[in-house]
Ligand binder design. Structure first.
Ligand code: NAP
Length: 283
């Protein structure tokens, strides 16, 4: 598996499996098992997805050695702050049936993120997490964290797909040694992505699918991708992207699809800040 090296030397697979909106426990467990059987070695969940237990069961059941799997989970806004973050971390670890985590992310840049980060730095130093990072941080929030703390986030997981390409933000992250990770690599199916004419014509040329082109375009840019699917044939399809290469002309055609705006989640919109901050999950 191709990987990226994080700023603390930890290796992270460049392709993984995401489990957002897989609410049914059995479906989640089966999908993660299928992904691990197919060869995925990065699983991305979050406390707020309420499926960490199912992910934990799938990891146990798969028989794949723990050290071969890179497990990410995320701290939700309701647990922001030093004490709550330490407690939420233990809860997530227990649900996942793990004794360490590979990557722990602050899910959203809201609430007491500085308290959260202090807790995460401690957990990192205690050896309970191999890498710590953030998600949905705009460059100003990222810089705020960088200048006020010891540890520079290893990863920033942000909405990134052919319609929201994050070119300037990716460069900013690179300049500050933060690995960009894409969420929503298929734009969650929006904008009729799977029927997009540019992607379809490139896919046809390479005897690949639109989904495979969308993922290949991300990894050729050095961006970690974590596509989600509950269908075994798609889980297999989405993993099969390491035996072809997009040409420079292909990449340039795809670059023209960029709207330079978030399609799924605008982080500038105060209504979103309010809505997300009021969103609670229960154990
Ligand atoms: P996504 O991966 O962009 O899209 C998933 C959608 O594409 C599902 O409807 C899926 O349907 C469909 N699909 C998957 N493979 C396909 C294929 N080969 N052909 C046709 N359709 C296909 O959306 P996402 O789940 O939102 O993003 C991926 C992961 O990123 C999440 O699971 C989560 O781990 C992470 N994420 C993080 C944040 C954050 O705030 N940090 C936000 C959103 C997502 P089926 O399942 O029916 O196959």
């Amino acid at each position: 598996m191709q990987s990226v090296t994080l700023n603390n030397g930890v290796e992270m697979p460049i392709l993984g499996f995401g489990v957002y909106q897989i609410d049914d426990e059995n479906v989640c467990e089966e999908s993660v098992c299928n992904a691990l059987m197919e060869g995925y070695r990065l699983i991305d969940t979050a406390a707020v997805y309420s499926n960490e237990k199912a992910v934990g069961r799938a990891i146990k059941q798969s028989g794949v050695p723990r050290e071969e799997i890179f497990v990410t989970t995320k701290l939700w806004i309701q647990d922001a702050g030093y004490k709550s973050a330490r407690k939420a971390f233990e809860t997530s670890l227990n649900k996942l049936q793990l004794d360490y985590l590979d990557l722990y992310l602050i899910h959203m840049p809201f609430g007491d993120i500085h308290g959260s980060w202090r807790a995460m730095e401690e957990l990192y130093h205690e050896g309970k997490i191999r890498a710590i990072g953030v998600s949905n941080f705009l460059n100003d929030r990222l810089m705020d964290l960088i200048v006020h703390h010891e540890i520079v986030p290893t990863v920033n997981q942000v909405e990134t797909h052919v319609f929201t390409q994050q070119v300037e933000n990716a460069q900013f992250m690179k300049d500050h040694h933060v690995q960009i990770e894409s969420w929503g690599p298929f734009a969650e199916g929006k904008n009729n992505i799977f029927k997009n004419e540019v992607l379809a014509s490139i896919a046809e040329k390479h005897h690949k699918s639109v989904a495979q082109v969308a993922l290949r375009w991300l990894i050729q840019r050095g961006i970690v991708a974590i596509p989600k699917s509950v269908h075994k044939e798609r889980i297999i399809e989405n993993f099969n992207i390491f035996n072809f290469e997009l040409s420079r002309a292909d990449m340039e055609r795809i670059a023209k699809l960029d709207s330079k705006e978030n399609l799924i989640l605008s982080l500038h919109d105060p209504e979103n800040v309010e809505r997300l901050s009021n969103m609670k999950f229960h154990d």
